[in-house]
Design a protein around this ligand. Structure first.
Ligand code: AMP
Ligand code: ZN
Length: 430
């Protein structure tokens, strides 16, 4: 049931002392990097800190710090010790790059193995990895962990949906790694091939993540494929997948606290938030040799669950990620997150598998459009007038502004190649 029972079920006291001793080592290693050497000197840091709370004496590291010290300013080992580079999938600004030693790759693969073993994946399984291979961590990251578990790994990569389905059928894929938005898109392809994902393929487990998605979306994916879908959270700066993963309870994702120190802060005041209260996630690597990162501000918003998990693992659980601080939209003066719109939309059975939020300036006012595909084609979209009004009313009670709903035939809204693009902001910037 456990990949590493001792670590996964370690009592909290022991886990915290392990964290402290690893944090001290991490600070020692960080002191040898150009970036932290300078920083620690400036703040006069004694790396032999006495408690975990003392980490608050160290300033946060931001994406901007990584960018400004691109490419090697965070390296703690000579370059010849590095065996792999990855990068974030960000589309704005200079990419951030992360370097790993051989030991880092081993430790990362082990965390991924621990995560996926927890969901029930075993060596008998056939694993199809539909995530991008390349600089993005979802491909190689899961790949190595899955091999460690002993599954037969099919590195199918992204795209070519018909071929993906053929592979599933030819090799009896049982476990899949897939973007939630792509799991939806693939349903259309099953349909056009006159195949039923519930009957014509043998999928039983999916790892879904890399982008925000709602509980409702998970349920729809599980029902449409008749499989269990587990939320997987990670970011390239903290390796990638294997930072936090859902256990079979499916109530939050266990953060592997032996390898990451997690903090939740108020993104405005930067004060620490207690467990159970939502804030921005901040991570410190505790076991990375090549490129230690301390107090990295992820901009991801979530909270830590309080209370023990019935699965027996002691590592704290993270809630679903609500979005990033920069995903927050201010429309007509009201704050909202795209995920709130998704949660409402997914409750309408008539609605299809893709949606987009479009913001425009009309006069001097914001206008919000929610573009939605219906599930079944209609000869005349006017048939759906009643549905439109019901969606608008349901959205109003969630986000407090009334959006204009635009309904489309199935497949009409453009699909992104990688992570889904949920918001198009065409507003005139003052
Ligand atoms: P990258 O560094 O390109 O791998 O992207 C990492 C980012 O993807 C994270 O900081 C999150 O914003 C997002 N992300 C990853 N996994 C999830 C997840 N399970 N739910 C929501 N967002 C996620
Ligand atoms: Zn659990």
């Amino acid at each position: 049931m456990y990949w590493e029972e001792k670590i996964e079920t370690m009592d909290i006291g022991t886990l915290r002392s392990l964290q402290l001793s690893r944090l001290r080592k991490t600070l020692e290693r960080a002191k040898t990097t150009p970036y932290y050497k300078k920083l620690f000197e400036e703040i006069g840091l004694d790396t032999d800190i006495k408690s975990l709370a003392h980490i608050r004496d160290i300033p946060f590291t931001t994406k901007n710090d990584l960018r400004e010290n691109y490419p090697y300013g965070f390296l703690a080992v000579p370059k010849e010790k590095i065996v792999r580079m990855h990068s974030s999938s960000g589309t704005t600004g200079r990419a951030t790059v992360i370097f790993h030693t051989r030991e880092d790759i081993d430790n990362w693969s082990n965390l991924v193995a621990r995560s996926i073993y927890m969901t029930g994946a075993r060596s008998e399984d056939v694993f199809q990895n539909t995530m991008g291979y390349g600089l993005f961590t979802g491909g190689l990251g899961l790949h190595y962990g899955a091999e460690k578990v002993g599954m037969m790994v099919i590195p199918s990569g992204t795209g070519n949906s018909v071929r993906q389905i053929n592979i599933m059928r030819d090799f009896d894929t049982t476990v899949i790694h897939i973007l939630p938005s792509y799991a939806f898109r693939l349903l259309d392809v099953f349909e056009s091939e006159s195949l039923d994902p519930r009957k014509d393929v043998k999928l039983r487990i999916a790892f879904i993540g890399a982008e925000p998605h709602s509980e409702e979306m998970r349920k729809k994916i599980e029902e449409s494929y008749d499989m269990d879908a587990f939320n997987s959270y990670g970011l390239s700066e903290m390796n990638g997948p294997g930072v936090a993963f859902e256990c079979p309870e499916k109530k939050g994702m266990h953060v592997w606290e032996d390898s990451y120190l997690i903090e939740v802060i108020n993104p405005k005041t930067l004060e620490p938030m207690p467990d159970g209260v939502e804030g921005e996630l901040v991570f410190t690597t505790l076991n990375r040799k090549g490129m230690p990162i301390i107090r990295y501000r992820t901009r991801d918003l979530a909270s830590l669950y309080t209370g023990k998990c019935p699965c027996g693992r002691s590592h704290r659980r993270l809630s679903r990620i609500k979005g990033r601080t920069d995903d927050m939209l201010i429309v007509k003066g009201v704050n909202m997150f795209p995920i709130q719109v998704e949660t409402v939309l997914m409750k309408f059975p008539e609605i299809g598998r893709n949606y987009q939020i479009r913001l425009e300036t009309k006069g001097h006012m914001d206008e919000i459009y929610v573009e939605v595909e219906v599930l079944y084609p209609a000869d005349d979209m006017r048939e759906y007038e009643g549905l439109k009004n019901r969606i608008a009313a349901a959205l109003h009670s969630e986000i407090l502004v009334t959006p204009k709903i635009i309904l489309h035939q199935p497949g009409a809204i453009p699909r992104a190649e990688g992570k889904a693009v949920r918001v198009v902001d065409n507003r005139v910037k003052e």
